[in-house]
Design a protein around this ligand. Structure first.
Ligand SMILES: Nc1ncnc2c1ncn2[C@@H]1O[C@H](COP(=O)(O)OP(=O)(O)OP(=O)(O)O)[C@@H](O)[C@H]1O
Length: 243
């Protein structure tokens, strides 16, 4: 791929005797939406953790615009423009919606304080469809709205590369459509997105390309239609007994 924004080469993570991520290689182009797929335990979240710097690599490297980011502290990687959401929404229940977003903004490449932080949080809330809800306590929010707060926090650092870890999981069909539209709009404003996702409708309508993992290893890469009809992918999802 010419000029990828993000590249993984030989990315490997061992936990004791377990190779959770095994020599993963793939590139992501600017403004591309790439789905990271695979059965439970195949190493998808760990791969996101290696890219975001939440976990150190055992081997290999990750580059952003050609310069190595693996090995840097997670906050530095965030400041360089790579930011992630978490599978379990991590909001602070003692803070209101706006304060939760401001708390997330502390790690951005530009730090903001006081009025500026407040106004920036309002813009982010507007951006994710929560305009006017900044004063609510997070306990008053619907499920999709907690996901929106999580997304607003992640957007606070204005990431070029956004890593979404099952951000659409648990949404009802109506919310899912809203969520898909929101992710598309983030791509349309110039962001590059890697998403770990199990919801096939979302994968088909969002992803330009998918990388499929099984037992830590990349087993397929291509368009959603191609990988979802790939024999090895089907076997990995169904398990050997059913193939
Ligand atoms: N901190 C850790 N210590 C030890 N083993 C871990 C750790 N994190 C993940 N693993 C193991 O690594 C493997 C890959 O896990 P990972 O969470 O990356 O898979 P996944 O594809 O994201 O799964 P899911 O779809 O269920 O979220 C699993 O066997 C898991 O038990």
């Amino acid at each position: 791929m010419a000029n990828p924004i993000l590249s993984l080469r030989g990315v490997t993570k061992r936990f004791g005797g377990l190779v959770a991520v095994n020599a993963m290689d793939f590139d992501v182009a600017e403004r591309e939406v790439v789905g990271l797929l695979g059965p439970n335990g195949s190493g998808k979240s760990t791969t996101l953790n290696l890219v975001s710097g939440a976990l150190p690599l055992t081997a290999g490297n990750v580059t952003l615009w050609g310069s190595q980011i693996s090995g840097l502290p997670a906050q530095t990687i965030t400041r360089k423009g790579v930011s992630r959401t978490f599978q379990l929404v991590r909001l602070l229940p003692s803070m209101n919606v706006r304060e939760n977003v401001v708390a997330g903004a502390v790690f951005g490449h530009r730090r903001r304080w006081g009025r500026e932080a407040h106004d920036h949080a309002e813009q982010l809330l507007e951006r994710v469809g929560l305009g006017g809800k900044g004063d609510l306590s997070v306990g008053q929010l619907t499920y999709i709205d907690t996901k929106r707060v999580e997304l607003a926090r992640t957007l606070a650092s204005d990431p070029k590369v956004l890593l979404l870890d099952e951000w659409l999981a648990g949404l009802n069909p109506t919310e899912l459509q809203i969520g898909i539209t929101l992710i598309k709009s983030l791509r349309d404003e110039g962001r590059t997105i890697i998403l770990v996702e199990h919801v096939m409708d979302a994968i088909r309508s969002l992803c330009d390309r998918c990388v499929v993992m099984a037992a830590g290893t990349k087993i397929a890469e291509g368009t959603p239609t191609d990988v979802l009809s790939d024999k090895e992918v089907i076997r990995a999802y169904l398990g050997d007994d059913d193939a």
